[in-house]
Each structure stands twice: as structure tokens, then as C-alpha cells.
Design a protein around this ligand. Structure first.
Ligand code: LMR
Length: 332
């Protein structure tokens, strides 16, 4: 036999085996599961993140976005993330009590003066330090995403806290929010976001609290006769990933993703600030609900009724954090 044939064959086999590994490095797929519609600040942020990753990490990383609780609700998504079934999520900061008690800060009623003050705090050194509070639980906070101020609604006007007495309000799974509604003599019910519309429509609950974009996109205003501009609390999110997954990404890819996330986060803030007023106007124009603006005296009654809740949680959330929020309030 020709000596060359013997030599060439193993070389061809060796090349055949190695080439696919060299040239066809596998695309990394990142599944991003969240609960709001595509039209909300979070929904738009997720789509922008996907677009920018398509443009800047083409062929290396692909993001698949699953909005509107299509894949998981917020409780399940945290477990799915730890199992690496999804790699990105952005639940409300109110839903992390099993992972950190410190983020209860964001639920304290009348702590943040406005959405800008929340943004100021999350950008601050203290805010960034607080983002690491979930680290030892296998999760990693990649950034805060803003939504805005929460408003309260029911099927009759809520002008003073007495009007809420005895009513059942849907809350996110947060002990601060539970205490907040108990402080006004109401009955808080923890419930997932995807169940709220039906619960309101069928009278399982009487009222709810959420931001304008969520009240609009989930059509809560169609099943609530009265919405009060209470702005008594904030809704913000933590964009999170699985710490192990993140740390095993190639350095260049991880760094580029972190850069993109920083840019998207700034855009989400802008989306949130822009849509709040627009969405409130759309709801007002629908004529399907009455929007009530409180006088300063009426608003003060809500503050007096709800603020005592702070005392119970101050140590847990850190008085130093509250001080920084108050500095942000003064600037905004
Ligand atoms: C809620 O459950 O009301 C919110 O967390 C929904 C969201 O993600 O904005």
C-alpha cells in the first residue's frame, strides 16, 4: 500500500474532528423571562437589550425574550434562574424577601418623593452596594430598572385612608406592603401579577396598587371605577442573572454584555419617566375610570396613616440607606 495514504488518513480524521470546535463556537442563548407586556418600561428594556446584543454580539450571543408571564411568573422565575433554566429576569424589588430583607427599603410608603429620587438612590454608592445583597444566594444583580410611582385604585373613590378600610387589596409578596395596607385598616392579599385582572373583574379583590404603565397595559382601569393619584410607593426592578452562569461566560462577552446593560438601563429610566404621564393621560382619556387628585391635606392623611410602618422595618433596611434616599429627595 502507498505509505502516504496511511499517513494522510489520520491527519484528515484529526482535522475533521477539531475544525467544528474551532470554527463553530456555539452561540450562547440567554433566556429573559418577565411578567409585563412589551409596551411597559421593562418590556421595552428587554427588547432593546435583545436588539443591542443582536447588533454587537451577533453570532456569539442571542437573547430570547419571554414577556407577559409566558414562561414563568416572578416566584417561579427566581427558582428557574437558580436552576439555569433561564438566565435573565427582572422581578420587582418587592419580591425578593426570601433572598434579602434589605430590599424591603423600596416598599416603605412615602419614602421616595418621586421616580427621580428613586433613580438618584439606585445610582448612588449606597444603592449600588445594596444591589449586591442577593449575591450570596447564587443570584447576581446586574442593575436596577425603573418603573415609577404606584397609584391606588378601587371601585369607589379613595380620598382619605378611611375610604380603604375593610377593602381587599392585591399586593406583591412583601411584608412591608402587607403592613402598609393593615395600617389603613384594609385587607392585603398577596397575589401574582397575572392573576390581578381576573381577581378585580370577579370581585375576589376590591382594589390594587400599581404604576400607570401596569394599570394601562393590564387593563386594570377597565375594572376599577376610581384611581387615586397617591404616589405612595415606588416600583423598581432588579435585573438579575445566575451568578455561576455569569461568571463562566468568556471575559470579553461578559464585559460587552455589562456595557450593553448599562446603556439599556439608562434608556429604561428614560422610558419610565416618559410613559408615566402619557399612560395616565391615556387612562384618563378612556373615560372608563375616574382619576382623583388629592389636596395636600388629604395626601397628608395617607402619609400619617402609612408612615408608622417604617418603625418596624428601619433596622432591617438600614437607617443609613434611608438617609441617602432623603438626600435624594432633597435634590429632586
Ligand atoms: C407586580 O406584580 O405588580 C409587578 O411586579 C409587575 C411588574 O413586574 O411590573
Amino acid at each position: 500500500m502507498n505509505k502516504n495514504i496511511k499517513l494522510v488518513t489520520p491527519i484528515i480524521i484529526a482535522i475533521g474532528l477539531t475544525v467544528p470546535f474551532i470554527t463553530l463556537a456555539k452561540e450562547i442563548v440567554i433566556k429573559f423571562s418577565h411578567v409585563t407586556t412589551k409596551t411597559t418600561p421593562k418590556g421595552k428594556g428587554a427588547m432593546l437589550l435583545k436588539k443591542m446584543v443582536d447588533e454587537r454580539l451577533n453570532g456569539k450571543v442571542r437573547i430570547e425574550v419571554y414577556p407577559s408571564s409566558q414562561l414563568y411568573g416572578d416566584k417561579a422565575v427566581l427558582k428557574a434562574l437558580l436552576l439555569n433554566d433561564v438566565q435573565l429576569a427582572a422581578p420587582s424589588l418587592s419580591k425578593f424577601s426570601k433572598y434579602t430583607k434589605k430590599w424591603a427599603l423600596f416598599d416603605l410608603p412615602f419614602l421616595f418623593k418621586n421616580a427621580q429620587a428613586l433613580n438618584c438612590f439606585t445610582d448612588s454608592e449606597k444603592g449600588q452596594e445594596l444591589l449586591n445583597a442577593i449575591d450570596r444566594k447564587g443570584l447576581k444583580g446586574l442593575g436596577y430598572w425603573l418603573n415609577g410611582m404606584k397609584q391606588i385604585s378601587a371601585n369607589h373613590p379613595l380620598i382619605t385612608p378611611k375610604d380603604a378600610q375593610g377593602l381587599k387589596f392585591r399586593i406583591m409578596s412583601s411584608d412591608v406592603l402587607k403592613a402598609q395596607f393593615e395600617a389603613i385598616g384594609a385587607n392585603p392579599q398577596k397575589m401574582s401579577f397575572s392573576e390581578v385582572y381576573n381577581a378585580l373583574a370577579t370581585g375576589v379583590i376590591d382594589g390594587q396598587e400599581n404604576t400607570w404603565s401596569n394599570i394601562l397595559s393590564k387593563k386594570f382601569f377597565e375594572v376599577q371605577k376610581d384611581i387615586t393619584v397617591s404616589s405612595h410607593g415606588v416600583l423598581g426592578y432588579a435585573l438579575i442573572t445566575n451568578k455561576r452562569f455569569w461568571n463562566t461566560l468568556p471575559d470579553d462577552i461578559r464585559l460587552e454584555l455589562e456595557k450593553i446593560i448599562k446603556e439599556v438601563t439608562a434608556k429604561v429610566t428614560q422610558f419610565a419617566l416618559d410613559v408615566a404621564i402619557k399612560d395616565m393621560q391615556t387612562i384618563a382619556d378612556s373615560g372608563k375610570t375616574n382619576i382623583h387628585i388629592l389636596s395636600p391635606e388629604q395626601k397628608q392623611q395617607w402619609v400619617v396613616a402609612m408612615k408608622p410602618v417604617w418603625a418596624k422595618f428601619e433596622n432591617q433596611v438600614g437607617k443609613d440607606n434611608i438617609v441617602v434616599v432623603q438626600q435624594c429627595n432633597a435634590k429632586n
